[in-house]
Design a protein around this ligand. Structure first.
Ligand SMILES: [Fe+2]
Ligand SMILES: [Fe+2]
Length: 263
């Protein structure tokens, strides 16, 4: 079945203003997330005592920059409005927190923020952009599937480090995980919404005139996918189930206004 036929069948108009503005909005946020990851991995490379890890972090930073370029090119090809720099306060708060952690030499918090929290949310985003629980055009789906493979590798590589970190210092690990979770996850969940702080203004579109329903998805479903995969990822690295529960039971509070602070 052709892309157009699928779109008609599901009442999604890939050439319509709402769909185009929505894809532009998602691509802008995805590009911001990629640029945040570039900064985080670069910070991690700067403070890593292990030369092999320095190389890995710099390679990951380069991959994230390549993702940003792929998404920028996609926006151009689809002719959708896009912003290619970090705009939303939540992204800026995340960069600030990880930069401060790196400044304090706290590589564990950087791993938790970038390789566990940001990467799990990136995986969910690119799954949705691939067409999982959504209806998207073929070009978006194709690029998202390509990027998704890299994000899964980033998550995997961070999980190996974090699984070892639990064994090395369990008490210290849980203290740091709670602290990092409290700073990073509310910011990430605040980004899962149909409106924005200032992004729409920068894009030149009217906030509130489009939503993820315009790609056959649902914002609450996205939050559930994000939460479930975060839980699954923590479980995979060996975080105790009762600790995971304690972190995520207050998930409804994630939409409240978070504040940023130093690690
Ligand atoms: Fe990426
Ligand atoms: Fe990544």
């Amino acid at each position: 079945m052709s892309n157009a036929a699928v779109a008609v069948k599901n009442n999604i108009d890939f050439d319509g203003t709402n769909y185009k503005n929505l894809i532009g909005f998602i691509l802008s946020n995805a590009i911001a997330g990629e640029l945040v990851a570039v900064k985080n991995y670069t910070n991690m490379a700067t403070i890593s005592p292990d030369i092999n890890n320095v190389i890995v972090f710099l390679q990951e930073a380069l991959e994230e920059a390549s993702h940003a370029r792929l998404l920028q090119n996609l926006a151009k090809e689809l002719d959708v409005p896009v912003v290619t720099h970090i705009v939303e306060p939540s992204w800026l708060n995340i960069v600030k927190y990880v930069t401060e952690c790196a400044g304090n030499g706290n590589i564990l918090a950087c791993y938790m923020a970038q390789d566990l929290m940001l990467e799990t949310q990136a995986v969910v985003l690119y799954r949705i952009m691939s067409g999982e629980n959504s209806i998207v055009d073929e070009k978006t789906s194709s690029i998202a599937k390509r990027i998704l493979q890299d994000e899964l590798q980033h998550l995997d590589s961070g999980s190996t480090y974090l699984a070892k970190a639990i064994k090395d210092d369990e008490a210290g690990f849980y203290i740091e995980l709670k602290k990092t979770h409290d700073k990073i996850m509310p910011e990430l969940f605040r980004l899962i919404r149909n409106d924005c702080d200032t992004l729409c203004d920068e894009m030149g579109v009217t906030c509130g005139t489009f939503s993820v329903n315009d790609m056959g998805s649902d914002i609450d479903l996205m939050k559930i996918m994000a939460l479930e995969f975060y839980v699954e990822s923590m479980d995979n690295i060996g975080v105790k189930p009762e600790f995971i529960n304690s972190l995520v039971t207050n998930v409804s509070g994630f939409s409240e206004n978070p504040t940023s602070a130093c690690c």
